[in-house]
Design a protein around this ligand. Sequence first.
Ligand code: ADP
Ligand code: MG
Length: 278
Amino acid sequence: MSTPPMIDAQRLSLMLNELRLPAIKHMWGDFAARADKEGWPAARLLAALAEHEIAERDRRRTERHLAEAKLPAGKTLDTFAFDAVPMVSKAQVMAMCAGDGWLEQGANLILFGPPGGGKTHLAAAIGLALVENGWRVLFARTSDLVQRLQVARRELALESALAKLDKYHLLVLDDFAYISRDQAETSVLFELISARYERRSMLITANQPFGEWNSIFPDPAMTLAAVDRLVHHATIFEMNVESYRRRTAEARRAGPGRPANFTTPKVLEAVRDNQDDK
Ligand code: ADP
Ligand code: MG
């Protein structure tokens, strides 16, 4: 490293530590050498270093937010075949992934549909896109989160547990209807919905329509009140399609040239890829 002699490199390192500028600390030597060699004006060197630090900071932040989001691996928008769920508008999903409007209003997104229809995949993919766009997301199986909140309630810390979830612009509650009777009895889920109402967004996936949500809450009045709050500002996608897995399996059986009753190009590509793996 060709450090100019009048610079005390060690002291500079300490100062950059103190200022919490790790990227500049790491890069300044190479950048300075290049600037000297190519005769950059001092301002250009400073700007290059600052830009580098900001880019690194963004990258680290996204990395942190990705780790905390606990998203299931490998579920992306790129690998989601929108043509398999014609009732879901890709353009609308893309607009929501930019975050525009709905997250600021604390609006919700609800995905209904039978098992295997792609609800978890789509929810995770939207979560991932939002994190990449700078939003904070937490993905959880509803029954796991309810369990955590019940523990907090027993420890008289429910309010602070709910407040901690506020840092997430979007809370994904996967498999909303899968909570057990005794989980329903304590109604922490209702308190969560009330706490986030019109402030922070939720993305809910559920196999059962609202009419069958009575087992999720202690009594019908509470179910009604919860549904009311959830749908007040909500986009709802009814993903009433046959199981994607089953359809791809059927297409495989029929062979790529004669797909069963499902013929989107992406699905066939996936099927062919699977066959190549074998
Ligand atoms: P659900 O949550 O509705 O039960 P999943 O999202 O778990 O369904 O989907 C089941 C499997 O099929 C997953 O491996 C998922 O990645 C895949 N899958 C479902 N729908 C699609 C789709 N439209 N495009 C690509 N993969 C899909
Ligand atoms: Mg699912």
